[in-house]
Design a protein around this ligand. Structure first.
Ligand code: ASP
Length: 430
């Protein structure tokens, strides 16, 4: 069996196991502590797998990015590449939010949630409501504040600390300076340093190839754990909201596949097949950052995109290009406002586009990051409704899996587009 087939089997078995032995198991004796303990112990494999992936993330990003920057002709061409990619990311994120807003205004998912169910959901999530309210109080969530915060957060005051805390954006900025520094070195020193960076980078790639062998088992336990906590009853109550987000994400996927077809000349099926391990991993880990090593490996080996492009676009994308997250935030804000009968005018809709763009840029590529930055978006249009986020908590894990998959897919599509500007690029495969 090929590795992607094994991963798919692992995912299927994980869903089944989570359902049979989780909190909503058809067997009563598994519904309580026994099931929980079983899942907890089983999940050790998934945790080990995730930790191994995280182990290579920082050195892989740093060294591949340094190599990518050092291979560029001049600081001016780095600047050009940087502005191109930022513009592209902003454009696709704005499109994603627009899709989310348009769909939720058309479908009106908020009108499907009955008052009794709303009160029930709010009562169930008392703890979460308090957390959201305190987050909202502590975040100074004006637009200017958010831009200021995002900008300041990018600069690594201490690069070692940034690495220790896996602050990817800060590591990217440091790698950028480091790479530029290398280009200014005298030839002999430059050659030695670049050879060393190449060597370390090759080791990281080798490690990723070995770690991915664990993926079927990791995916199995991660899926089991996620599904074990997820009852289907909650899906009924929030079906309209859930479907709106999923429909929006699918439209965004169609957009990427069109981009891949026309910008990269690749068949959408070929693209999905080459990237499938990364997409399944994104789905089961709900983390763009943890998936990053695999995304980078597949984009290079499967799609034939040169490291010069992937090393720049993918780490940046995993941190700031979260179209799935932005789309979901658009739907979530409108949904909560609809539930509480809070009308949204054009100015408020525009504010949501701007705030969700900033919030998705600020969200880390880890599970649940999107719902935390959602507080700022909701705060900007309807501060009194922040507690309403509790309504959507019950389905957030599943939606997180889906939006993370779209986030990763968007980064890969961005790689193909950016590769068009790379004059020395290798020809993409059919
Ligand atoms: N889990 C998402 C990611 O890693 C972020 C989010 O929570 O939306 O891309």
């Amino acid at each position: 069996m090929k590795i992607h087939q094994k991963i798919l089997v692992g995912m299927g078995l994980g869903i089944l196991t989570g359902h049979l032995f989780g909190a909503h198991s058809p067997f009563e004796f598994f519904q309580g502590e026994l099931g929980q303990r079983l899942m907890l112990n089983l999940n050790i494999v998934g945790e080990i797998f995730l930790k191994l992936l995280k182990m290579v993330v920082v050195p892989l990003i740093f060294f591949s990015m340094v190599l990518g920057i050092a291979s560029m002709d001049s600081v001016a061409s780095i600047g050009r590449a940087g502005s191109r990619i930022l513009l592209y990311f902003l454009g696709t994120t704005a499109l994603a939010i627009t899709i989310g807003l348009s769909l939720s205004l058309m479908i009106e998912p908020g009108s499907y949630l009955h008052e009794t169910k709303r009160l029930e959901l709010m009562a169930e999530n008392n703890e979460a409501i308090k957390k959201m309210e305190s987050l909202s109080e502590s975040s100074q969530s004006g637009m200017v504040e958010l831009i200021r915060k995002n900008l300041l957060d990018m600069i690594p005051a201490n690069p070692i600390e940034s690495m220790a805390k896996t602050q990817i954006l800060q590591i990217i900025v440091f790698a950028l300076f480091f790479g530029i520094g290398i280009t200014g070195l005298e030839e002999k020193k430059k050659k030695t340093l670049l050879e060393t960076c190449h060597g370390i980078n090759d080791i990281m790639i080798y490690l990723v190839e070995k770690i991915i062998l664990l993926a079927p088992y990791g995916v199995f336990t991660l899926m089991a754990e996620a599904i074990s906590k997820q009852g289907l009853g909650i899906l009924n109550a929030l079906a309209a909201y859930f479907v709106t987000v999923i429909f929006g994400l699918m439209l965004q996927l169609v957009f990427y596949l069109t981009v891949v077809r026309f910008a990269g000349g690749l068949s959408p099926l070929y693209f999905l097949r080459q990237m499938r391990e990364a997409l399944i991993l994104a789905f089961s880990t709900s983390s763009s950052s943890a998936t990053l090593p695999v995304t980078m490996r597949l984009a290079e080996k499967g799609l034939g995109i040169p490291p010069k492009t992937t090393s720049f676009v993918l780490p940046l994308g995993a941190t700031i290009n979260m179209d799935g997250t932005a789309l979901y935030q658009g739907v979530a804000v409108v949904f909560i406002c609809q539930v509480y009968g809070h009308a949204l005018g054009p100015i408020e809709l525009l504010t949501i586009v701007l705030m969700a763009t900033m919030a998705s840029i600020g969200a880390a590529g880890i599970p649940g990051a999107g719902i935390l930055t959602l507080v700022m978006v909701l705060d900007s249009v309807a501060p009194v409704l922040v507690a309403g986020i509790a309504l959507i908590l019950g389905v957030d894990r599943i939606l997180d899996m889906c939006r993370t998959t779209i986030n990763v897919c968007g980064d890969c599509a961005a790689c193909i587009v950016m590769n068009l500007f790379n004059t020395e690029s290798s020809e993409p495969k059919p």
